[in-house]
Ligand binder design. Structure first.
Ligand code: GAR
Length: 194
């Protein structure tokens, strides 16, 4: 049986990408087929290299070029897209083309602390500034707006008064690494019936 292929879109260190790659390493039905980054300096490209996953770098105008992006995803035969700290807004044609097959993880409990510019430590600082007593992760489908697609799953952690953004980000990343691979697997397998 032909394996389902995931593309991971990421712009940062790639810790989530690494967990996803490990999770699907010997999976009978799913494989990570491509890492797409918006920065040629992103750590995630090193992760791709270490695990022998093909990678590519795009800027905003390349990603928004329907012909280019569609050809790239067709070339690698991509069935499902997983965003893991990707900085560019996903263009409408991709949202449409991958409806139900395009997910993101956000490092807070949406709908709070989301939107443009809410990325990485900015998100955790916002949680601390608001005095929230809990934070966590949100896995959601992606639509044309940052962090506004339908929520699939959330998990929570406590925010201590002594937490700074770095400390909170560690707690949240633990949740991400625990839940994102297993939810991705569940959702990819579910698309067999779509
Ligand atoms: C993750 O914490 C992810 O939730 C966040 O970027 C980080 C990437 O880390 N995404 C966002 O903030 C999206 N708005 P990683 O490169 O180590 O996986």
């Amino acid at each position: 049986m032909k394996k389902r292929k995931i593309a991971i879109f990421a712009s940062g260190n790639g810790t989530n990408a690494a967990e996803l790659i490990k999770h699907f390493k010997n999976h009978p039905e799913i494989q990570v087929g491509l890492i797409l980054s918006s920065s040629s300096k992103a750590g995630v490209l090193k992760v791709a290299k270490e695990h022998n996953v093909p990678s590519s770098v795009v800027n905003k105008s390349l990603l928004s070029n329907n012909g280019y992006t569609t050809a790239l995803l067709n070339l690698y035969d991509i069935d499902f897209i997983v965003l893991a700290g990707f900085l560019l807004l996903i263009p409408p044609f991709l949202v449409k083309q991958f409806e139900g097959k395009l997910i993101n993880i956000h490092p807070a409990l949406l709908p709070k602390h989301g939107g443009k510019g809410m990325y990485g430590l900015h998100v955790h600082q916002s949680v601390i500034n608001e005095g929230d007593l809990e934070s966590g992760i949100t896995i959601h489908y992606v639509n044309e707006m940052y962090d506004r697609g339908k929520i699939i799953f959330q998990a929570k952690c406590k925010v201590d008064r002594r937490d700074n953004a770095e400390k909170l980000s560690k707690k949240v990343q633990e949740l991400e690494h625990k839940y994102y691979p297993e939810w991705t697997e569940k959702l990819v397998l579910q698309t067999r019936f779509m």
